[in-house]
Design a protein around this ligand. Sequence first.
Ligand SMILES: [Ca+2]
Ligand SMILES: [Ca+2]
Length: 162
Amino acid sequence: MMLPKRLIVGLISLCLVIRCTGGNERCGASIRGACPSAWSQWGDKCYKQLSENLPWAEANQECIKMGSVLVMPQSQEETEYLVKNMIYYFWINCSDLQVEGTWVCQDGTTDVEYRNWRDGEPSNGGGKEDCAVVNPSGDWNDVPCDHPIPTICQRSAPQLHF
Ligand SMILES: [Ca+2]
Ligand SMILES: [Ca+2]
């Protein structure tokens, strides 16, 4: 039987509250909350695919408007989750728009070291490939930033503090 996430969170919360009665100062805890409805959850991240395909800069802006950021997977496991459960081809928050050949990949405003380029990529094809996508196989390719491409936004799952 599948219990709704919110019920599970509620039950965990109730258990913590019961354990924490009696003035025990060490009972502080934080647990992971559920993602907002229409967002998918993996670990402590929530994801949502936008309804239309967008150029990279607009994809970034649309995610920010929703209180989120353009997705930036940081492991093979996270990439597999996205490819299998969301969509198999999407922008990531990775570009060399500032300095050709210097790729900046960011989770929000935090630089990410993880790279997963396909062999031979980034190729800067035609001298104008400055934005990165995840391919169906999970590896990355640089493509022109003005191509309309599926977009996934990410945000942190809410944390509940006690
Ligand atoms: Ca480039
Ligand atoms: Ca390329």
